[in-house]
Ligand binder design. Structure first.
Ligand code: MUC
Ligand code: MG
Length: 375
């Protein structure tokens, strides 16, 4: 067989450790920094595509860690892809499907890098490769997770003041439930109608606790309750969905496109968090969006707190959607004090603005990448 002039020559997975602006407290883990996996796919036509696979807290959030993602990209994905035609995304991703189970984070990095390469090759933004954007920017929520109520209120006031965010997600579930509820209610009271206040429990409650707590949250003006109970308690999610006065959003419940179908069929949640990492890339996440749209489920553009590459890759997918009823939380780069791209994403007037440049629209800053990459 003749080698395609757009054949994949190499994959390089790079682990990058970046400092955060403050500790970020989730139910299962407190982040003191963030670890990205950056993937570079080099092609015979001289084009390089970049992708990202990033998770939260090693193995405390999902089934893949930065270390396992790198090993799996190097040892299992690379041999499948080297020599294949980079410009045929369907053929490349189906080849992976035939051999690889799960590993949606690593898959997402590959799909993103191939989309970035194809965009650069054709001179088109990734959004246009995906069929065309219907907007240029996305509203972005901010997560208040300092662990301190008054610090969180001050942070929210500042974000409103500088017009960066007016949707706030509070991370709860680690503390005693009544203390957590008091924390949320105090923040909602302070912000009133100036902001949408939501919570993310990251699976921390059992069904009995959630039954009561969701009622309290809904009765106190909380707009959305994300993943209150375990992804494994599907029937509990269905029951909770019937009793909660505030809508429930599925996040950890979706680890693949098929999970989205099963949740929709069971009536387990009226809102889905879309994450490229948990579906296998910017094209894969749009399949989950289609399932939700067909089922009348509202959409939210989620994040795994990726850096600029993963964040803009997500944004390119989300700006192709007809409606994001619950907006997005694509603020990952703003949680980091350092970036590894030459021009960081633009946040202005509560929105992330998506560039109309070829590919994702980002260039790696080699000097900074060299500084922050693991040896
Ligand atoms: C999650 O569980 O949604 C997204 C925003 C944030 O602060 O944490 C993440 C993960
Ligand atoms: Mg979540």
């Amino acid at each position: 067989i003749e080698m395609s002039h757009t054949a994949i020559e190499s994959l390089e997975a790079i682990i990058v450790d970046l400092p955060t602006i403050r500790p970020h407290k989730l139910a299962m883990h407190t982040m003191q920094n963030q670890t990205l996996v950056i993937l570079r796919i080099r092609c015979a036509d001289g084009i390089e595509g970049i992708g990202e696979a990033t998770t939260i807290g090693g193995l405390s959030y999902g089934n893949e860690s930065p270390d396992s993602i790198k090993v799996n990209l190097d040892r299992h994905f690379a041999p499948l892809l080297v020599g294949q035609d980079a410009s045929n995304l369907n053929a490349c991703m189906q080849r992976i499907d035939r051999v690889v189970k799960g590993n949606t984070f690593a898959r997402s990095a590959v799909e993103t890098a191939l989309l970035d390469a194809q965009g650069k090759r054709l001179g088109l933004p990734v959004s246009e490769i995906l069929g065309g954007r219907v907007r240029d920017s996305l509203e972005v929520a901010w997560t208040l997770a300092s662990g301190d109520t008054s610090k969180d209120i001050a942070e929210a006031e500042h974000m409103l003041e500088v017009r960066r965010h007016r949707i706030f997600k509070l991370k709860i579930g680690a503390g005693e439930v009544n203390r957590d509820l008091a924390h949320v209610i105090a923040i909602k009271k302070a912000l009133g109608d100036r902001a949408s206040v939501r919570v993310d429990v990251n699976q921390a409650w059992d069904e009995g606790v959630a039954l009561r707590a969701c009622r309290v949250l809904g009765d106190n003006g909380i707009d959305l309750i994300e993943q209150p109970i375990s992804r494994n308690n599907r029937s509990g999610q269905v029951r909770l969905n019937l009793s909660s006065p505030a809508p429930i959003m599925a996040d950890e419940s979706i680890e693949c496109v098929e999970d989205a179908f099963n949740l929709a069929r069971d009536g387990a949640a009226p809102v889905f968090a879309l994450k490229i990492a948990k579906n296998g890339g910017p094209r894969a996440v749009l399949r989950t969006a289609s399932i939700a749209e067909a089922a009348g489920i509202g959409l939210y553009g989620g994040t795994m707190l990726e850096g600029s590459v993963g964040t803009l890759a997500s944004a390119h997918a989300f700006i192709t959607l007809n409606k994001l009823a619950w907006d997005t939380e694509l603020f990952g780069p703003l949680l980091l004090t350092e970036d590894i791209v030459t021009e960081p994403p633009v946040y202005r007037d509560f929105q992330l603005h998506v560039p109309r440049l070829p590919g994702i629209g980002l260039t790696l800053d080699e000097e900074r990448l060299a500084r922050f990459r693991r040896p």
